[in-house]
Write a protein that binds this ligand. Structure first.
Ligand code: TRP
Length: 336
């Protein structure tokens, strides 16, 4: 039986945070242990280039993210684990798809629209200020990431579902012109891969600067959790769990029973300091073993690099012949 292909990428900007972990890394690693799936996980450094023109930061982030996936239990022998920029077939397919993607489709992409909206709110004359072609068309790059490996399922946060729909559109368009070559992917947004709330109550995201890094030393982790914004309700006053970042993050790491317990404590008016302390203890217990492994890997960059090189070789055994097939289909074939 043909295995189902699961693929996901993580953009190499910034330091991995709890939202990345709960939204992508954890569910992806769990899925990779299933023998009925073939998993592809990659460091999306071409995507990082959209926002990051600082080579040192890009390198550091790539190293941190690679170490994070490995520390969290990804088995590089069992899965495809590679760096996007080591796979030249991806940018090549990106261009091919670009030529059959309606500009109007890209106009609707959230990431682009968000910048336009922000410029509008700031009263800027030029609403396109700060919009590069990279930002504008990055759903096409993302489609190429997915389609080059014939992914069936793509675990992503809710905010990324739109891009998977767009990848389907592009695949359909390609297949309409050239025959049935590309596989239509589906987004998977599991219960676990909910979007986490950040320190300020908005979605936890590098771009909002409101994240909790995944592998902070214990003391710093506690300090950061204490900084999560709350309202000013006193101990003893009932608190609404559904609008609380503390409760929401707690829920992403706790068992159903622990969640129900904490829900009751909120209704009974647990003090914010106490709720945060419980969140810290839960997180710390969960993360401590991974943190130790992470620190070991960060001290051994040679191992990380050779793992990525092997991963790229393995991935290109798939992407090279498939791109050759696609090139033939579109008419990039020897004339004689
Ligand atoms: N754009 C995704 C994000 O910001 C990361 C990503 C890049 C990705 N390529 C992908 C996710 C392909 C899934 C599949 O989270």
């Amino acid at each position: 039986m043909k295995k189902e292909i699961v693929l996901t990428g993580i953009t190499t900007t910034g330091t991995p945070h709890l939202g990345n972990y709960a939204g992508a890394i954890r569910p992806a690693i769990a899925a990779s242990r299933n023998d009925h799936v073939e998993s592809f996980y990659f460091l999306a450094d071409y995507h990082a280039l959209i926002k990051n023109q600082d080579p040192e930061r890009l390198k550091q982030s790539t190293k941190e993210i690679a170490a994070t996936w490995l520390a969290c239990g990804l088995d590089p022998d069992k899965v495809y684990f590679y760096r996007q920029s080591d796979i030249p077939e991806i940018p090549e397919l990106t261009w091919i798809l670009t030529c059959m993607t309606a500009k109007g489709l890209m106009n609707r992409a959230h990431a682009y629209k968000a910048v336009i909206q922000e410029n509008e709110q700031k009263g800027k004359k030029d609403l396109e200020e700060g919009v590069t072609m990279g930002l504008f068309s990055y759903p096409i790059l993302m489609a190429a990431d997915i389609l080059i490996f014939k992914a069936n399922k793509v675990p992503v946060g809710k905010d990324q579902v739109q891009h998977i729909e767009m990848a389907r559109d592009m695949a359909q368009r390609f297949n309409h012109y050239y025959g049935d070559h590309l596989v239509l992917p589906e987004a998977v947004v599991g219960k676990q891969s909910a979007v986490l709330t950040g320190l300020d109550g908005r979605k936890m995201s590098k771009s909002y600067n409101n994240t909790i890094p995944l592998f902070l030393p214990e003391k710093k982790l506690r300090k950061m959790i204490m900084k999560i914004v709350t309202n000013s309700l006193e101990p003893g006053e009932p608190k609404d769990p559904d609008t609380s970042a503390v409760f929401q993050i707690y829920s992403a790491f706790a068992t159903d029973e622990q969640v129900a317990d904490m829900h009751r404590k909120f209704e009974e008016g647990i003090a914010w300091g106490k709720a945060k302390q419980e969140l810290f203890e839960l997180l710390n217990a969960h993360l401590a073993p991974y943190r130790e492994e992470y620190n070991k890997l960060m001290d051994d960059p040679g191992y990380i690099e050779s793992t990525l090189q092997k991963g790229a070789e393995k991935a290109r055994r798939v992407s090279v012949p498939f791109l050759r097939q696609l090139r033939e289909a579109i008419g990039f074939a020897p004339i004689a």
